[in-house]
Design a binder for this molecule. Structure first.
Ligand SMILES: *[C@@H]1O[C@H](CO)[C@@H](O)[C@H](O)[C@H]1NC(C)=O
Length: 247
């Protein structure tokens, strides 16, 4: 082999190792592997582990907390129906979620992930109006929520394309849903309020926690799906598909 050929090979190897992201996934998965979903489960979990503290080289910030600008709920109609809005929602604990199951269809580039998180805490500013349990519940304060046993399902579909000789995936669709096994939540430091109203509100909120979550869910799902789509879009643009899945 000529000297220049060795040099070319050497630089090719350096460049290849410099641009490879396979370490993020703990290796590649093969499309031919009959247990490819088990391999993807390990890969995606190493990826989550790697992302935990943020990954500046991929333009990914630290994943805690998740911030949601605003959510609102309305219970009952009419001018006196109870309405509440939550602002500056900060949720902590999502980075502790792990993937417990993966189902993939690599022909059509569809993935369904099941995730589990032991505990998520949320804090927000809270405002309400209307009547609740015959009590005028107008006012504002602080909301807190402790969510145990969070289960989520995320479905996404991508479309492969070629860029600079590498295969990348473009996100086409993403859907998610979630459930919470046990919820404790309440409001505190209410302004324009008194101890009776605060106690009534907290009793109501805790006995109807799942119902309230259900009310918030459509907005919450939309917001989280948008955040996750942006995140995956960015990751797919930076990490070639053939860095995690090969033929
Ligand atoms: C993640 O879990 C560990 C172990 O249970 C816990 O110490 C840590 O506070 C959790 N992190 C977050 C951000 O909730």
């Amino acid at each position: 082999m000529a000297y220049y050929q060795v040099l070319v090979l050497f630089f090719a190897a350096v460049i290849a190792s410099g641009t490879s992201n396979t370490h993020i996934f703990g290796g590649r998965c093969s499309r031919r592997d009959p247990n490819v979903d088990a391999c993807l489960l390990r890969s995606f979990n190493s990826f989550i582990e790697y992302m935990k503290g943020g990954a500046p080289e991929l333009g990914i910030e630290e994943s805690e907390p998740i911030v949601i600008d605003e959510l609102s709920i309305a219970l009952g109609g009419g001018p006196d129906g109870y309405r509440a809005s939550f602002k500056d929602i900060q949720a902590i604990g999502a980075s502790n979620m792990t993937i417990t199951n993966v189902r993939s269809d690599l022909e059509t580039h569809q993935f369904q992930l099941t995730l589990f998180g032991p505990h998520i805490s949320a804090r927000a500013r809270y405002r309400s109006s209307g009547v609740l349990l015959l009590v005028r519940a107008s006012g504002g304060g602080e909301y807190w929520g402790e969510y145990d046993g969070v289960k989520a399902k995320v479905y996404f579909r991508g479309e492969p394309y070629t860029r600079n000789g590498r295969t990348y995936l473009k996100l086409q669709q993403l859907k998610l849903d979630f459930s919470v096994k046990d919820i404790q939540m309440g409001v505190e430091n209410l302004q324009n309020s008194n101890a009776v109203l605060e106690a009534a509100l907290n009793l109501f909120i805790n006995t109807n926690a799942q119902e309230l979550l259900k009310e918030m869910k459509p907005e919450l799902k939309r917001d989280l799906a948008e955040k996750m789509s942006r995140f995956l879009d960015n990751v797919f643009q930076k990490i070639p598909y053939d860095d995690w899945i090969v033929d």
